[in-house]
Design a protein around this ligand. Sequence first.
Ligand code: BEZ
Length: 259
Amino acid sequence: MSPRSDDGPNDWDTSTYDEDHSFVFEYGEAVVDLLAPQPDERVLDLGCGTGHLTARIASTGADVVGLDASLEMIDEARETYPDVRFVHADARDFDFEEPFDAVFSNAALHWIADQDAVLESVARALRPGGRFVAELGGAGNVQAIVDAVREAAKDRGYEVESPWYFPTIGEYASRLERHGFEVREATLFDRPTELDGGADGLASWLEMFGDSLLSAVPDAERPAVVADVADRLREEHLVAGTWIADYRRLRIRAVSTQS
Ligand code: BEZ
């Protein structure tokens, strides 16, 4: 899940990611179902992170390659799944000799500002008629968290910009069409997501994923900002001791029309 780009670097602690944020790949199972990989099909898993979904796709008999821009993630994936092929590369600029039947991506694309470069690479990687099945954060994703961080930082004199790309269906479908895809399915839906870690779940989420969101706030002031964010969100988002993040997903299935 980490095709980290120059626009939004995040330092990945792979063991914390797997232990405390496993919902990312657990929810990804539904996206694998939408992909419906077939035995011997060539599939690329774009932004594969620690490789759990890549291995899941491999278990169907597909010939899968996992790609991620984080070397830490790729090293971990290779160690966990030595029989699966993983490649360290940038989702904005990659090339393979053999075309793929499908490109898959879960919870990765929203980290990349330059989506045109990504979609150009995806289109180039697919055979004619090949499919692109992806889920990313959609418009309004984690908006309550972003707003609370923005307000808490502003009170201390810092301007926070969201580092993420959370498109609407219209925006993403048009972009796909410009890159030669026909959009067969596009869904935007709320998926309130329980964060692991009980009362510390929100702080732990911000620790794992919020580096670039909090980049304007000096390290020394971050704990106070995070505590302030928790105060602002507690009433609505802490339910029976578990933090619920306001995730919204954009799920798409598109087919390459290039010949
Ligand atoms: C997401 O999967 O929607 C997401 C994860 C971390 C930061 C922002 C969004």
